[in-house]
Design a protein around this ligand. Structure first.
Ligand SMILES: [Zn+2]
Length: 391
């Protein structure tokens, strides 16, 4: 391509267009920044320099001058709360609630945030009052959820039951199972205080709101057994099979003891053997093993574990088998079996724990309420080896 004189015009033209575009952008930017009050930039500056208190004052100024910055207040308020700076969150949200010109939606949002600040700060009575104020607003359901959390923290089980019931109505999802646990907590306090009649009434209510409430049946059975009504206790514990059979291992020992006290141990063992055939469980096997060993001798106990191990091979079962074998072998071969048993037992110690399905917390004993994550009914009533959880 040859050089043409008109080409000389192209370069100044492009340069001029670029200059014009840049001027337009800068003009826009300047007009936008003039629209924001000076305090906004001051606040931003303070925030970037980690001077949060000065930043809050500056932002409060901004919202006085420019109501459009309300969202900024909400964002900062929840940021402070998340960082654990609850005093600052409270100041931001209080300032919003106190504004006379805030529309109704934003006021409700501000009250909802403020209530969460109080909850986080542990000022529970104020949090409760504010959450209750919001019940008939679009924040009604989350407010009830927070109230449920609050009353559990306070161990105020009656209020927790009331909120769980209202939440069932508002959300359309049943909170009956949760309410049944609150009734059981109430009953547990009453049993500790020696008021068996009140406890029994609350346990019946637990079964009304949740017929599958195994914990309520266990406690009702315990109350009956405590009063010497063993037949009644057995009948209540036997209900667990219909409620949720996987919980049978939790009542197996109670059942066997009650039958033993009634001098009908063989009947108890037969019942539990029936359960074991239908619902495999190492805990159930352990109880039946102890019963058979006492009642029928070591070779019957060994036979039981052997059959069970063939049906459901587990390390915990093998541990039990070796225990039974130990009772049978002659003295001279005992040391070998003992050595193997110790090795297997060391391995099964970890496999024999319970495992929270919610947070993964492992525990030697069974919990209805996880001590780590506070979830209810999060432990399957089976050992980790049986649930297939890798450890
Ligand atoms: Zn947990």
């Amino acid at each position: 391509m040859e050089f043409e004189p008109w080409m000389l015009l192209v370069f100044p033209l492009f340069f001029g267009m670029g200059w014009l575009a840049a001027r337009i952008d800068i003009k826009d930017l300047l007009s936008e920044s003039h629209a924001l009050p000076q305090s906004y930039f001051q606040g931003l500056n303070f925030l970037l320099n980690e001077q949060q208190d000065k930043a809050i004052e500056a932002f409060i100024e901004v919202v006085k001058v420019d109501p459009q910055t309300v969202e900024l207040h909400f964002a900062l308020g929840s940021l402070f709360r998340r960082r654990g700076e609850v005093d600052r969150a409270l100041r931001m949200h209080h300032n919003l609630v106190d504004r006379a010109d805030l529309d109704n939606d934003k006021r409700q949002q501000a009250i909802f945030e403020l209530a969460q600040d109080y909850l986080k700060a542990g000022i529970l009575d104020r949090a409760e009052t504010l959450f209750r104020e919001l019940e008939k607003t679009p924040y009604g359901k989350p407010s009830l959820e927070f109230l449920l959390e609050l009353f559990q923290k306070e161990h105020d089980w009656l209020k927790a039951i009331e909120v769980a019931q209202r939440l069932s109505v508002v959300s359309g999802e049943s909170h009956g199972k949760q309410a049944s646990f609150f009734y059981c907590e109430l009953a547990s306090d009453e049993i500790a205080a020696g008021d068996a009649a009140a406890a029994r009434a609350h346990l019946q209510q637990a079964l009304e709101v949740c017929p599958e409430a195994v914990r309520a049946s266990m406690m009702l059975g315990d109350l009956a057994a405590g009063e010497g009504k063993l037949e009644e206790a057995i009948a209540i514990w036997k209900n667990v099979e219909a409620q949720d059979a996987q919980y049978l291992p939790l009542v197996a020992e109670r059942l066997l003891n009650a039958y033993r006290d009634l001098e009908r141990e063989a009947e108890g063992i037969a019942l539990l053997r029936g359960y074991l055939t239908k619902y495999h469980s190492v805990d159930l096997m352990n109880v039946v093993f102890d019963g058979v060993l006492k009642n029928e001798g070591s070779s019957a106990a060994y036979q039981l574990v052997r059959e069970e191990l063939q049906r459901n091979p587990t390390l915990i079962g093998l541990d039990k088998l070796l225990e039974a074998r130990l009772l049978e072998v002659p003295m001279e071969r005992r040391a070998d079996v003992e050595l193997v048993k110790d090795l297997v037992h060391k391995r099964t110690r970890n496999l024999a724990s319970y495992h929270c399905g919610h947070c993964g917390f492992k525990a030697r004993q069974f919990y209805w309420h996880c001590p780590a994550c506070q979830a209810w009914d999060s432990y399957p009533p089976r050992r980790t080896e049986e649930t297939g959880i890798q450890i």
